[in-house]
Design a protein around this ligand. Sequence first.
Ligand SMILES: C[S@@+](CC[C@H](N)C(=O)[O-])C[C@H]1O[C@@H](n2cnc3c(N)ncnc32)[C@H](O)[C@@H]1O
Length: 302
Amino acid sequence: MVGTMPESTGVEGMEGGVGLTALMVAAARAIETHRHDALAQDVYAEHFVRGAPASAGWPVRPRQAPDGDANPLWGRFARYFGLRTRVFDDFLLRSVRTGEARQVVLLGAGLDARAFRLDWPSGCVIFEIDREGVLAFKHKVLDAVSATPTAARVPVPVDLRDDWAGALADAGFDPAAPSVWLAEGLLFYLPPAAETYLIDTVDRLSTGGSALAFEVKLEKDLMVYRDSPIYTSTTQQIGIDLLQLFDRDPRPDSQGDLAGKGWSTSVHTPFEFTRRHGRGPLPERNDALEGNRWVFADKLRS
Ligand SMILES: C[S@@+](CC[C@H](N)C(=O)[O-])C[C@H]1O[C@@H](n2cnc3c(N)ncnc32)[C@H](O)[C@@H]1O
């Protein structure tokens, strides 16, 4: 059964509210790109950061971060985003290279430049869903540096609290063909009804052989970590109060829902990937990353 579609409450641009978080992740990717032991490379990230007045003065190189790696925001948290980028790069490329799926949907794509920087097999189509203001800024910056996509790229400007499934269909998505989906750094900003609608919709639009990866936070009470260095330094250094932007309502069990719909799922802490790659954040005291989980799901063929 398809979930009830939640309603959006308005349009926000790049520099307000959750749009700013896309710039924060872009700055983290820029810093990661210039590390000697980079986990991921994104040459476009620094152009996004420099292109928006709100972030023009933020660091885009490790040496520009005050206190370097000891800085909770531009050190440990940025490394977290670098690791996340690498892990989901690997997921997407593995999915399209080893399976039949050629449609990729980036939900809440933000300033994700994967359609320009990854080596996609021929025939791939990358759908990027985000709000209009965010995608318009992205195009302006990418056009200015004459960026060329490495696959067919289809921007889908729509709010994920609205009828995004209709917008995706209008953009050419084919539900009869397998697909790969990613919700990276997204679900905790959405109201629970929008998350449930998103998971139901991905299931409805996915044939057997499709795959999905997403990120969740398991904390029952996000405020338990309100004094964690990651949250306090993000507020103090760049004025983003993540706890204000996260939806505080009880979260749905999306992994359990997918398992109940016949998907095979696996749940991982980011720290598992830190150990696998030999670099990245490790657990610490009062850790805002403690409840973060990366979920991978495959829809089985019937
Ligand atoms: C933290 S950013 C992550 C962006 C990207 N996935 C990445 O990892 O670089 C969150 C993104 O989700 C988008 N987003 C949040 N709520 C949304 C909504 N209701 N509809 C569409 N996009 C939304 C924001 O505009 C923003 O680009």
